[in-house]
Design a protein. Structure first.
Length: 116
């Protein structure tokens, strides 16, 4: 089982930026699609962005043009660069590893709070 550890969350004003990191414990990291999800107060967990093994990316409409997902396979790390943050981006952000059929490993989450 892979261990995923997120970092980089915090408090930022609207319009600001944050960069989240997710470090994976397994050297097979490069063989998996990775994703970022978030769960806001009173909301269900929702998809934010994903990146394939070859670097192809996908984004939720709500973050497209503002967030950028990337990965460094040499460091077993996936990143989420978040720019032009809005109060509605406030959530706990989780990274996940996609197995054969679904995301099957999750980190503990990192809190992002955007003040207006």
């Amino acid at each position: 089982q892979v261990q995923l550890v997120e970092s980089g969350g915090g408090l930022v004003q609207a319009g600001g930026s944050l960069r989240l990191s997710c470090a994976a414990s397994r050297r097979t990291f490069s063989s998996y699609r990775m994703g970022w999800f978030r769960q806001g107060p009173g909301k269900e967990r929702e998809f934010v962005a994903s990146i394939t093994t070859s670097g192809g990316t996908s984004y939720a409409d709500s973050v497209k043009g503002r967030f950028t997902i990337s990965r460094d396979n040499a460091k077993n790390t996936v990143y989420l660069q978040m720019d032009s943050l809005k109060p509605e981006d406030t959530a706990v952000y989780y990274c996940g590893r996609r197995g054969l059929y679904e995301y099957d490993s999750w980190g503990q989450g990192t809190q992002v709070t955007v003040s207006s």
